[in-house]
Design a protein around this ligand. Structure first.
Ligand code: ATP
Ligand code: MG
Length: 239
């Protein structure tokens, strides 16, 4: 765990839970129900990675792989403006890629190796969401084995990019809210073990009142247990 760097989320409480923020050399999964804040966190971290280290960033660039078409430049603008950053600069430092299906998504990550080795200022890779195309193309139990095999390979490739190039990788995964539904989710085996056993940090997000959201770290031996509350605001992720 040497030389790991951190990117602030914008919430001191959430940063506290993560012992400083999202880590480089690690894949971090945000999972939770619709509207729990996964995509907003992806946007915020794509902006915050660009901040100088003294402000919680890495003076870096982001690659944003959007599988659901939910990326919004307006959100980036709002978040950049709220931080007093140059909006054009911030937008130029985000490589936006829309992935249209699993083959495309996999090919994009295959090609990233070349991009990140050419541009060492890339410090964040986002895949929002990592599972949606896989679920759509390989539905049901009969496709579970092949889906998991493909997804595992994809996740290992992302993990490797994180480790080799000192990059923070963020993936998102929509799961339903109720615990019984959660464990019934096809990407989660009975007993709560994910079917993909890829190293990394898993953060569960839950809706609370209004714009409040709850974050909890799942199974991270080096992080304290517990949950924190943060807020989704017009300016971005805040306490
Ligand atoms: P899904 O699983 O459907 O992709 P998600 O976890 O990605 O959901 P987000 O899109 O991150 O959820 O969160 C949506 C929420 O973010 C909205 O319900 C709203 O509370 C908040 N939000 C989005 N845009 C704004 C904005 N401009 N100002 C304030 N809050 C916003
Ligand atoms: Mg989303």
């Amino acid at each position: 765990r040497m030389n790991v760097k951190k990117i602030s989320t914008g919430s001191q409480a959430l940063d506290g839970l993560l012992a400083g923020g999202i880590e480089t050399r690690t894949m971090t999964e945000f999972f939770g129900e619709f509207g729990s804040g996964k995509t907003q966190l992806c946007h915020q971290l794509s902006v915050n990675v660009q901040l100088p280290p003294e402000k919680g960033g890495l003076s870096g660039k982001a690659v944003y792989i959007d599988t659901e078409g939910t990326f919004r430049w307006e959100r980036i603008e709002n978040m950049a403006k709220a931080l007093g950053l140059d909006i054009d600069n911030v937008m130029n430092n985000i490589y936006y890629i829309r992935a249209i299906n699993t083959d495309h998504q996999i090919a994009i990550v295959d090609d990233l190796q070349e991009l990140v080795s050419k541009d060492p200022s890339i410090k964040l890779i986002v895949v929002d969401s990592v599972t949606s195309h896989f679920r759509a193309e390989y539905p049901g139990r009969e496709n579970l084995a092949v889906r998991q095999q493909k997804l595992n390979k994809h996740l290992h490739q992302l993990t490797r990019l994180a480790e080799v190039y000192d990059i923070a990788v963020i993936i998102t995964n929509q799961v339903m809210a109720r615990p019984d539904m959660f464990y019934g989710d096809p990407t989660v085996a009975v007993g709560g073990h994910t079917l993909y056993h890829v190293p990394g940090i898993r953060i569960q997000l839950k809706k609370s009142r209004g714009n409040r959201r709850i974050a909890r770290v799942v199974d991270a031996p080096h992080l304290p247990e517990g949950e924190v509350v943060f807020a989704l605001t017009e300016e971005g992720i805040r306490d």
